[in-house]
Design a protein around this ligand. Structure first.
Ligand SMILES: Cc1cc2nc3c(=O)[nH]c(=O)nc-3n(C[C@H](O)[C@H](O)[C@H](O)COP(=O)(O)OP(=O)(O)OC[C@H]3O[C@@H](n4cnc5c(N)ncnc54)[C@H](O)[C@@H]3O)c2cc1C
Length: 381
């Protein structure tokens, strides 16, 4: 889709991201996936070029652009490497957003410039028994003078071994109705009592290392509270809303990348004396998929633009994430089919794209949860 709604500045950062993605990220993608390697140098490069911090103010180390600019970059990265896109999404689409929104002046001035350079911050909400229903979490933070003492564990934390800091949501008490109250903390990796658990091997996004976080009498100063005591769920919900746009962009990029690879293949591969592209099924299916990818892109741009305009965007973000992630899965499955037996091998990136697509239907709230959010917002209660 042409960038008909985009400013020159947005097109410029998108083109920069595209160049970096095609020339520097794409050549690494297969190896990251195969060997589960974290793309440390790529993250540094995205920091140096201003892409990581593009949506944040210059005085905090960012590039002073908008969230839509970031979404454009996310799509370019995801077209070639789902792992790198996933890492960038959590860090710059979720954690940076939360620090900017809820951080104190000191927290913002300390963390944001570091984060814009590529010092990674994770977001830890999920627990082994509290996934879709995160309010069931049991990780506890108990007040102790100027500190909180945290005990518990967080599950499935993206980039865990590489994160220098994590936003962690923990139970800090109960409210007047007897329901648990939550608080968000920023926890540095060298905090006593904090450790990263074992690496979780995955189906896709294998270069984005995932692990548990463990808290054993972890002493966190009160200055590390993000937002207010008792408002941890507010931080979590804000993170999910923004994250759904950037995860949606990740999904969309995977779908577009799969279509791009498939077009190259079907224009060359011959059977029955014709190129696969000449079979009408090929043309119709790819035309249909590309039309829907363009529709998904408009949903994403709408959600990002609403966010940039300071309007409510939770429903639109959920719709964009739901649509783009289902589309990523459907597109990659169909694209593998166009490659025939070769699509099932590691000779082409298409099988990796299919594996990378699946997670986008699961994290940042499963697609069933997105439907609950959308259903409620349209009055289905
Ligand atoms: C690779 C990876 C990276 C991740 N990164 C992070 C991270 O960085 N930080 C973080 O906090 N979390 C992270 N997660 C966790 C992720 O957000 C959760 O896995 C997800 O929210 C689902 O939770 P669950 O796995 O416990 O599934 P469950 O909640 O147990 O759900 C199982 C199934 O039941 C369905 N279901 C649940 N409730 C309902 C309902 N009310 N109605 C209908 N269906 C329902 C779900 O949709 C799903 O299909 C990550 C997960 C993975 C796999």
């Amino acid at each position: 889709m042409s960038g008909f709604l985009l400013t020159e500045e947005q097109k410029e950062i998108r083109d920069l991201a595209r160049e970096i993605a095609q020339e520097q990220i794409k050549p690494l993608a297969a190896e990251l996936d195969e060997k589960e390697i974290f793309p440390r140098e790529t993250i540094d490069l995205l920091g140096e070029t201003g892409i990581l911090g593009c949506a944040y103010p210059e005085e905090l180390g960012g590039s002073g652009m908008d969230f839509l600019s970031f979404i454009l970059c996310m799509e370019e990265i995801a077209k070639v490497c789902g792992s790198t896109a996933s890492i960038v999404s959590t860090h710059a689409g979720v954690s940076m957003y939360c620090v900017e929104l809820f951080g104190t002046k000191e927290q913002k001035e300390h963390y944001m410039p570091l984060m814009a350079q590529g010092h990674l911050m994770g977001f830890a909400l999920t627990e082994a028994n509290a996934g879709s229903d995160s309010s069931g979490m049991i990780t506890k933070a108990v007040e102790d003078g100027d500190n909180y003492i945290i005990n518990g564990a967080k599950m499935f934390i993206s980039s865990a071994p590489a994160n220098e800091f994590n936003i962690v949501i923990a139970v800090t008490g109960t409210n007047a109705k007897g329901r648990p109250e939550f608080t968000a903390f920023i926890i540095n990796k060298d905090t006593p009592g904090f450790s990263v658990g074992k690496h979780i091997h995955k189906m896709g996004i294998r270069g984005s290392l995932t692990a548990e976080l463990i808290f054993e009498d972890c002493v966190v100063p009160k200055t590390q509270i993000l937002g207010k005591v008792g408002e941890g769920m507010k931080v979590a919900l804000a993170s999910l809303n923004a994250g759904r746009i950037s995860m949606g962009a990740q999904a969309l990029g995977i779908a577009q990348g799969a279509i791009d690879e498939t077009i190259k293949y079907v224009n060359e591969r011959q059977q029955f004396g014709k190129r696969i592209a000449q079979f009408q099924n090929t043309q119709f299916t790819l035309a249909d998929l590309q039309t829907r990818v363009d529709a998904g892109r408009l949903l994403l741009w709408r959600a990002a633009t609403l966010k940039d305009q300071g309007e409510p965007f939770a429903t639109e973000a959920a719709m964009a994430k739901l649509y783009c992630s289902d589309l990523a899965m459907e597109t990659t499955v169909k694209c593998v089919q166009f490659f025939g037996g070769y699509g099932y091998t590691k000779e082409y990136p298409i099988e990796r794209m299919m594996r990378d697509a699946k997670i986008t239907q699961i994290y940042e709230g499963t697609n069933e949860i997105q439907k609950m959010v959308i259903g409620r917002s349209i009055g289905v209660k």
